[in-house]
Design a protein around this ligand. Sequence first.
Ligand code: SF4
Length: 392
Amino acid sequence: MPSSGPAPLSESDPYTVGTDHWHSLPDGRIQCDVCPRACRLREGQRGLCFVRGRVGDQVVLASYGRSSGFCVDPVEKKPLHHFLPGTPVLSFGTAGCNLGCRFCQNWDISKSREIDTLSGAASPDALAAVAERLGCRSIAFTYNDPTVFFEYAADIAQACAARGIRSVAVSAGFMNPKPREEFYRHIDAANIDLKAFTESFYEKIAFAKLATVLETLEYLRHETSVWLEITTLLIPGHNDSDEELTRQCAWIAARLGTDVPLHFSAFHPDFKMRDVPPTPPETLHRARRIARDHGLRFVYTGNIHDPEGQTTYCPGCGEAVVVRDRYVLNDYRLGDTGECAACGHRLPGVFDGPAGDWGARRRPIRLAPPASRPGPHDRRRPAAENTSKGER
Ligand code: SF4
């Protein structure tokens, strides 16, 4: 259900831009077509994600050029283990989310209704310049789901690409095909949350649909050049049974192949699920065993101390080629393009030169306030130019 928020939407707001993916309904409402939530909006209403809403005869994005924070992190934290290992990534987010996960660990950002006061300003060019100045090899859209601000993220990705900086999406993959294609054509790597392997979990706990997420995974794997890794947060009693994990791993092996890295990470009680205990390490070890038994070659544990479960082994000769302890690389035995130093087998992923040495550092960044509005604002367009407009 759409919701009305305290801050009225306005076309004159410098952070509000027109969008393309929506259509008019016979009853006078306008439906947003960015995600399967399909919010149907009357004048002034915001969608469930809160950052998109209706102004006049179009759906607008009200967070273009706004940020909820920046930090330089190790890319392993996204998590991505086969993408420019050891390098720093500029982590970035806005506000709002199109899911409703009861266990959200970023709920202060994803469910923020205070975007006017929470956010700093950052144009795509300014962000790309900051990433370059800080020596980041990539930028990650990560604190909240980039689906809800994908036009802004795509512009940032293009500004970064012009400076040789790659872009990473950390997303739940709950997005419709057309905007998904428009967004991911600018993205180099993605970590998609596969939150569970039952529709009932998605329906009751994440307020989304498993089928859409599986479609996104297959799309990324087979129809794009985006480097793909998957994360599943294991929540005791909700998505960690042998039976469910077996089905999930069998599906990944059969539909995506055995080279897609899979991360199992530990849940910590948060948001609306404080009554569920943290994930025992044994659950992560068990999940990893099941995945490896199904032939998955790169299966990692996260949020626990487990060097064995965080190390990459060469599928060619079995050598430990990237020895990790959480986000720190303790040993690195790959060549510049990811080939094993012992046997020459080339590992799947994006490898470009020697490993970085960023380590586990986390460096918060403050941007100077802009002298003027953030721009570019040439996305703003009159409703008549919207090619998606019209009834279905
Ligand atoms: S992107 Fe936001 S407004 Fe659009 S359908 Fe999804 S939740 Fe609703």
